[in-house]
Structure formats: structure tokens, C-alpha cells
Design a protein around this ligand. Structure first.
Ligand code: MRU
Length: 336
């Protein structure tokens, strides 16, 4: 399912907050509207919010004085608004920087910035599809046969293609290497039960939905041969930020000698950050914990915490699967 569509004067966005019960589309006509949609999680997933930010800057290319220093300053300002929408996924910053670089090059070469920015945003979108297939190919070659446990949503609703970790699941099932998937629900926003379960069902991949707290039970019973998750940002030493609960899964996998893999495009690598300690962790409204779809599930007046990502230290990660191959963060370098 393609959750994002370019329409010249606006971008159509599939409202992922409504899934799986309703298929509803909303639109964003400028950077502010796109930043708001990203903040509210109308669309989410690290690669997808990068693509969305690129399209938002292409929309802003309607600014009349764009081929000028003032125009570039205007774009940088809009880029800043987009980058601030969500702090953890580095893909947002990556896509905005790539778009601004393109605008600067076009300005220096006296080329038409508007057309080039639209082409660049479409290229970022198209390239992500190719990256997903390459990640799938790299991943299938190394993951053990059998049952895989995954977390959050890393499929077509989170990327420009079939997904990162999800792409490996899909290809692995096609090649009969993956026989079954365990999908964690991903409290509190339920990307697992609402989105991954929706995708697995559509793709007819056999799966079992579990609450996040059931993972240890199944891992300890030898029911799972590998754990495969996505990433929002990977530090230079391999420490990885991903959906809250990922760290617990990695420790449980390590304890039970089940290999734990991270799948992500290289645009999720942040070489400017040495370790996971320096990755900013997004804190969202505690109401996401206190309520489920508007229904209060805790007494009034109760305080809740809502950090939505955690850091998995590199020592728990057997391999980081990218479009360029598989890196072992504990011995360095890419192989495969
Ligand atoms: O808060 P979300 O839904 O944007 O978080 C998504 C994740 O944590 C994914 O695992 C990650 O972005 C990779 S998506 C290919």
C-alpha cells in the first residue's frame, strides 16, 4: 500500500491513525501542514517521514523568489520546521539536507530550482523503493530459516517500498525461508497490531500477534529463530534507536541465544553521533499511554511516561542489514 501521493499542489497522505478500521486520506499543501501531519503521526516510519519532508520542500518551491539568496533562506527555514517535527529519526534531517543541497546547486548553476526540487523529491521516493528491495535481498541471505519476531511497523506504510525489516519478512516468506511471523503490538501507539498485522494479513503471511510483554515467553521456549526490527537512527558505533521495547527484545534475544538483526537504509546511519547516548529520544503526550483510541484506561490524575524510542546497544546486534550489505557492528565493516 502506497501511503503517500504527490499531486503537484499538495501531497495526499493515508491517515495511519485510522488504520485498520478506516482508509482515509488527508492532504498537506505546505511545509507547516506536513510538519503537523508528521508530529501527529498521520504518517510515520523513519524513511517515510523523510520522503514526506522532501515532498513538502518541493511544494514550497512555488515561492516566487526561489532563485535567489532570499529564496534559499526561505527553504532552509521550512526545512528547519520539518526537521523539528520529530527528533529521533535521522532520515528527516537527511532528506531535508539533500533537498537544500539540491536547491543550492541549482541556484549556483542558474537552473530552475522548482522543477529540480520536484524531481529530487520523487527520486528520494523512488530510490527508497530500490533500497527496500536491496535490504530484503541482503537480509534473506543471512537470517536463519524459521520463525521471525518483529516489532512496530517497518513495511510499505513506513517506507517508499516493501519495507526494511518487513521487506525481508515478505521476501523470506516468498522464498519459503520464513515460515511464520510473531508481531509485537507495539504499545502505546499499536503500530504492530494496527499496521503490521494489517500488512501481514494483506500479504497472506502467517503470523501471530502478541503483546510486547509476551516476547520473552516465546523466545525462551525456542519458538523463534531470529528477531528482526527497523531503526530510526544508528550511531557510528552501531547503537540503534528504534521503537520503544526494542531494547528489551534485544536483551531477551541475547539471553536466549536468538540472533537479533536491525534492517535500515544507510540514510538511517548518523556518523556525527558516536554512541546511542547522544541520540535524542522523542517524548510524546502521556495521553497515548493513558488512553487507547480515546478511551481512558487508567484512573484520572495518574501520571504516565511516554518515551517512544529506546536505544539498543550494538553488543546485542548480530547484524545491521542495509542496501549495501550486512555490517557486524561488533567487528566493523560490511560483508555479503
Ligand atoms: O513512531 P514510529 O511509528 O514512526 O516508529 C517507527 C519505528 O520505530 C520503525 O521501526 C522505524 O521507523 C523503521 S521504519 C522502516
Amino acid at each position: 500500500m502506497n501511503p503517500l501521493e504527490w499531486k503537484e499542489d499538495r501531497v495526499l497522505i493515508l491517515d495511519q491513525r485510522k488504520l485498520p478500521s478506516q482508509i482515509q486520506w488527508v492532504s498537506a499543501a505546505n511545509a507547516e501542514e506536513m510538519a503537523e501531519a508528521i508530529k501527529l503521526m498521520v504518517l510515520r516510519g523513519a524513511p517515510l517521514i523523510g520522503i514526506a519532508a522532501a515532498y513538502a520542500l518541493a511544494l514550497e518551491a512555488r515561492y516566487p523568489f526561489l532563485n535567489s539568496e532570499k529564496g534559499l533562506e526561505y527553504l532552509r527555514e521550512k526545512g528547519g520546521i520539518l526537521v523539528q517535527a520529530r527528533p529521533t529519526a535521522v532520515n528527516l534531517k537527511w532528506a531535508v539536507s539533500r533537498m537544500i543541497r539540491k536547491a543550492q546547486e541549482a541556484y549556483q548553476k542558474k537552473e530552475e530550482i522548482k522543477d529540480l526540487l520536484i524531481l529530487e523529491a520523487k527520486a528520494i521516493h523512488d530510490e527508497d523503493k530500490i533500497l527496500c528491495s536491496r535490504i530484503a535481498r541482503s537480509g534473506v541471505s543471512i537470517i536463519p530459516e524459521g520463525v521471525v519476531l518483529t516489532h512496530c511497523n517497518t513495511g510499505s506504510l513506513a517506507t517508499g517500498g516493501d519495507g526494511t525489516a518487513y521487506g525481508i519478512l515478505k521476501e523470506g516468506f516468498k522464498q519459503k525461508k520464513i515460515t511464520h511471523v510473531f508481531a509485537c503490538e507495539a504499545r502505546p501507539f499499536l503500530q504492530g497490531s494496527r499496521l503490521t498485522a494489517f500488512e501481514l494479513k494483506e500479504d497472506k503471511i502467517p503470523f501471530t500477534l502478541i503483546t510486547d510483554s509476551m516476547a520473552g515467553h516465546f523466545l525462551s521456549r525456542g519458538k523463534i529463530q531470529s528477531v528482526l526490527v527497523g531503526a530510526d537512527r544508528i550511531a557510528a558505533n552501531g547503537d540503534t534507536a528504534n521503537k520503544i521495547g526494542t531494547y528489551s527484545l534485544a536483551v531477551l534475544a541475547f539471553e536466549n541465544k536468538v540472533p537479533f538483526y536491525v534492517a535500515a537504509p544507510t540514510s538511517s546511519l548518523d556518523q556525527s553521533i558516536f554512541s546511542g547516548w547522544d541520540i535524542p529520544i522523542e517524548e510524546r503526550d502521556p495521553l497515548e499511554v493513558l488512553e487507547i483510541q480515546g478511551v481512558r484506561i487508567a484512573p484520572e490524575g495518574v501520571k504516565a511516561a511516554n518515551p517512544v524510542f529506546d536505544i539498543t546497544p550494538a553488543r546485542y546486534i548480530k547484524g545491521i542489514i542495509t542496501e549495501k550489505g550486512v555490517a557486524d557492528p561488533n567487528s566493523g565493516g560490511f560483508k555479503s
